[in-house]
Design a protein around this ligand. Structure first.
Ligand code: SF4
Length: 428
């Protein structure tokens, strides 16, 4: 028995209630509202309503495995616990009182909870299968699973927007600048996302806007700020970029990042940060008011078209500034564009819609995610035997969130699927 499980039992009224509940003091207890679970300091449930004998009580409720935990936690000295109307315990082993000396009623749930519920909980907590409810999830209703996945998707989007909110504060609500930083981060994928973000943070968007139609200057700014233009080069094009950047650096007091922050190791040449920077530069050159266009996009193909860019001439036969390679086109591939949409466009649209009260944009964000193909990885493949093949990226994002944030840390008591398994008797 844990306190979390007892809170869960109380919150969802999972005690057998064939007979009226009786407190340790012999009063009949009717629970009108178990209270709202308090996740902050203080009593466990706030604003509960109960009837003891025939008197209505409204106030807070504390839950402990044993009554004596009250003393262990020193609540008898804490005025925050003075307004309690009920102590809910599994085992009543001590008489307790508030800091004012008031004694209040205790309900001991031991005899009201079915043993099988504890057994199901124990099985979940002791399981070492892919997911703790591995052997029972097939018995859970499709509606419950669907609702849990919808909750997970919303939660994942909220989590992804945390950084955007920080950037909005930093950039004084300049959405265009924040989107450009978010997009830069997405260009870096997992391996170079921090370096990309730092370049964007240290290079104001208005500079790119000022030199918008001058592609070599955009590349000089971007590669210079990324730390790639500190040396002289043998080839003319990088040498021109070097000179341009030295001039711009002085003019605008720019601060480049260290070139050592970029990782090339184990990357295919097409994914080298130099190529991604060249593609990002081209996106800046080609697109005007990109964020506004994204807000107005009606379809996935419209979004894909916005990111359809090809590198400038020098990069067609280079992967780095130093080495020449065979001529090859290096436009943004479809799956990379989908990653940009998933990691930059969807969270930005979602949070913009939410903060501006434009719900249709939140719906568009989810719609775009539903149009993107499902991701594939080991976790997603394992989910297939439990929930069938994922239909799209919204599905896979929800499954990843459920696995990482709930199944792995065994937060089954906070999961709708776990609730159904624990609640409904011993069906397997
Ligand atoms: S968190 Fe939910 S889905 Fe995951 S194992 Fe627990 S009950 Fe199952």
């Amino acid at each position: 028995m844990t306190e979390n499980l007892l809170q869960f039992i109380w919150q969802h009224r999972l005690y057998a209630s064939k007979e009226p509940l009786k407190t340790a003091e012999g009063e009949t207890l009717l629970v009108l509202h178990p209270g709202t679970l308090n996740t902050h300091a203080g009593p466990d449930f706030l604003e509960a309503r109960i009837i003891l004998n025939s008197t209505l009580w409204a106030g807070n409720i504390e839950v402990h495995v044993k009554s004596s935990d009250w003393i262990l936690h020193q609540h008898q000295k804490d005025a925050n616990y003075d307004r309690l109307i009920l102590h809910v315990v599994y085992l009543h082993d001590a008489t307790i009182s508030t800091s004012q000396g008031t004694v209040f009623s205790t309900i001991e749930l031991k005899s009201y909870v079915e043993e099988s519920l504890f057994e199901r909980y124990r099985q979940l907590m002791e399981s070492n299968r892919f997911i703790p409810c591995d052997s029972r999830i097939a018995t859970v209703s499709t509606l419950t699973v669907q609702m849990q996945l919808e909750r997970m998707l919303a939660e994942r989007l909220e989590e992804k927007t945390g950084r955007i909110i920080e950037l909005l504060n930093l950039k004084k609500n300049n959405w265009h600048e924040v989107f450009y930083i978010q997009l830069a981060r997405a260009f870096g994928l997992h391996i170079n996302q921090d370096a990309f973000e730092r370049v964007a943070l240290q290079t104001p968007l208005h500079l790119f806007e000022k030199y918008k139609n001058q592609q070599p200057i955009i590349e000089a700014l971007l590669f210079g700020q990324a730390g790639f233009l500190s040396d002289y080069f043998d080839e003319p094009y990088p040498d021109v970029l070097h000179s341009e950047y030295q001039y711009l650096k002085k003019l605008y007091a720019l601060e480049p990042i260290s070139v050592h922050l970029w990782k090339f190791l184990r990357l295919r040449p097409a994914n080298f940060p130099t190529i991604r920077l060249a593609q990002f530069a081209q996106l800046i050159v080609q697109s005007t008011h990109l964020f506004s266009k994204i807000l107005n996009a009606q379809s996935l193909s419209e979004l894909e078209d916005l990111f359809d860019v090809e590198v400038s001439g020098f990069w067609l036969n280079h992967y780095t500034f130093r080495d020449e390679s065979a001529q090859k086109k290096k436009h943004l591939g479809k799956s990379f564009i989908h990653t940009l949409i998933s990691n930059a466009v969807v969270p930005s649209l979602f949070i913009y819609g939410k903060l501006q009260g434009q719900n249709h944009l939140c719906e568009s964000a989810i719609y775009f995610l539903q149009q993107l193909p499902a991701e594939t990885n080991q976790i997603i493949r394992k989910w297939e035997s439990k929930m069938g093949v994922a239909k799209n990226a919204a599905d896979t994002q929800a499954r990843l969130q459920l696995y990482k944030k709930y199944c792995l840390p065994k937060k089954c008591l906070s999961c709708g699927i776990g609730y159904e398994i624990l609640k409904r008797g011993d069906k397997k």
